[in-house]
Design a protein. Structure first.
Length: 507
């Protein structure tokens, strides 16, 4: 089968062309509306002028009749004077000479017993039968408005009536036809001028819009070219921000901020990979050295001790791998399971009861004011609390205190230990990955440096915060976890068996 042909684009690709087309289309709509309004207004005003001219011509014809003079056949507007009792017209324009309606006058005579109308505007129809005389074809078969005025022959006198060829008791009616020829000619001329002016205006508008858009997009093209030059080998390349304060400057600033975030993320990723490799190398080196010594001197090797060392380092590798996988999932914002309602107070109480402590080493207590419901993943919240407790137990001198209470519509969990505390300048650095404040410690005792980083990421995933609070207490550290309070009842009780995996503290 033949592949279908790609659909043709009916909209231009270029932004400049689209802007010019949009501006021209909008201007065309506006110009058409203005042209239509002008067309009707010019026609109306021209017809008003025609009415004034017709009225002047009408009274001029009436005046000539009162003088007993038959008007001539030349006039600005077609006219006809008819009388009762007379088959032919008293007088009319030459443009009506070509019509032969059978009554010898084109327009109807006034009725013999009708109402006398000194002045009126009525509708008249010109017959369709005509000869090819000048101007008659434009009138034939059409309906027009006409101004009329009636004149009694008795008002003219016997002599003037006789000169006009009408009886003394006749009634004359003067018609002046309001033909729109002059108005149509004016409108046609105006339409032609408007059309030419409109086309020239649209061409000018399209050219101006195209040029203006091209000039406006020139900084965008420079930004595009500079952004395209940003590569992995040149990650610090930035675009120039124009000193205009407009949307282009805002775009350049946003692009620079985005590039900076990407650069920081890449640097953090490289640092994370280097730290992870360094952390993995230590237990692998210890494990490899122990096994190589055991294989080199099998008869002098304490195999139970060598096996215990291998098991310890393997567990450390396993815990570190699990932490790295959890961090990768948190970075990808991938939830472990669906959210549920968890009683954080019950979770902290069970953790306190089941936490393995050496006899007489220190005291671990939990203080809560009642159920503290939060929305989240139970295993992740358990992991968060365990990391905080592990860190506190590792550095406490004699006791660790967990308090859970409500505050400001949320649930606040505080884990306090009476250890040496944390310097103020390191209050945020301890939440960074692979951070240890005591670099001289052994890694087995100090952990991997991921516990607090994982705890803060888990807090953020649950729309909460985890901070180190520096208070006026005696030496020690207090980690405060704030989570939004859930309004639903818990779906199930806190788990009875807690995950025994631990990541260790970072202080």
């Amino acid at each position: 089968m033949n592949a279908p042909e790609p659909r043709r684009r009916r909209w231009p690709r270029s932004v400049r062309a689209r802007a010019a087309l949009a501006a021209t289309s909008a201007a065309a709509v506006v110009l058409v509306g203005i042209g239509w309004w002008l067309h009707r207004d010019v026609y109306r005003q021209s017809m008003d002028t025609t009415e004034v001219q017709a009225q002047e011509q009408l009274w001029s014809l009436v005046g000539q009749l009162h003088e007993g003079v038959a008007p001539g056949d030349r006039s600005a507007l077609p006219y006809e004077i008819v009388a009762t009792g007379r088959r032919s017209a008293v007088a009319r324009s030459s443009v009506l000479d070509g019509f032969d309606s059978g009554t010898r006058h084109v327009l109807p005579a006034p009725p013999t017993s009708g109402r006398f109308e000194a002045w009126n505007i009525r509708t008249v129809r010109i017959p369709a039968r005509h000869e090819n005389t000048y101007g008659s074809a434009e009138l034939a078969g059409r309906t027009f408005r006409a101004m009329t005025a009636d004149v009694r022959a008795s008002e003219l006198g016997h002599t003037k009536a006789a000169e006009l060829g009408i009886a003394d008791d006749a009634t004359l009616r003067v018609y002046v036809v309001l033909t729109p020829h002059a108005a149509e000619a004016v409108v046609t001329t105006a339409d032609g001028l408007l059309l030419r002016a409109g086309i020239a205006g649209l061409v000018l508008i399209a050219a101006v819009a195209y040029t203006a858009t091209r000039l406006a997009l020139r900084p965008v093209e420079a930004i595009r070219a500079r952004t395209a030059s940003v590569t992995a080998t040149e990650p610090r390349e930035r675009v120039d921000v124009p000193d205009t304060g407009d949307e282009i400057a805002a775009l350049a600033t946003t692009i620079n901020a985005t590039l900076q975030r990407l650069d920081d993320a890449a640097a953090q990723q490289r640092r994370f990979v280097a730290d992870a490799a360094h952390e993995l190398r230590s237990p692998l080196t210890t494990l490899l050295a122990s096994l190589e010594v055991a294989l080199a001197y099998p008869e002098r090797t304490d195999w139970p001790a060598a096996t215990a060392t291998a098991v310890r380092q393997t567990r450390r590798l396993q815990a570190l791998a699990e932490d790295l996988l959890l961090l990768a999932r948190l970075d990808a914002r991938a939830p472990a399971s669906g959210p549920a309602t968890v009683d954080l107070a019950a979770l902290a109480s069970r953790l306190t009861d089941q936490y393995p402590l050496a006899e007489g080493q220190l005291t671990l207590t939990c203080d809560s004011t009642g159920p503290a419901l939060v929305q989240g993943d139970r295993s992740e919240l358990e992991r968060l609390l365990r990391n905080l407790v592990d860190n506190a137990v590792r550095h406490a001198a004699s006791r660790v205190l967990i308090t859970v209470h409500h505050e400001g519509g949320g649930v606040v969990t505080e884990v306090y230990d009476d250890g040496p505390g944390v310097p103020a300048e390191d209050a945020e650095r301890i939440f960074e990955r692979f951070t240890r404040l005591d670099d001289a410690r052994s890694r087995d005792a100090g952990g991997s440096g991921l516990g607090l980083a994982i705890a803060r990421d888990l807090a953020h995933c649950h729309h909460g915060t985890l901070t180190l609070t520096l208070t006026g207490r005696p030496p020690g550290a207090s980690f405060v976890l704030r989570l939004p309070q859930a309004s639903l009842p818990p779906s199930s009780g806190a788990t009875n068996s807690l995950d025994n995996s631990s990541t260790g503290g970072e202080r």
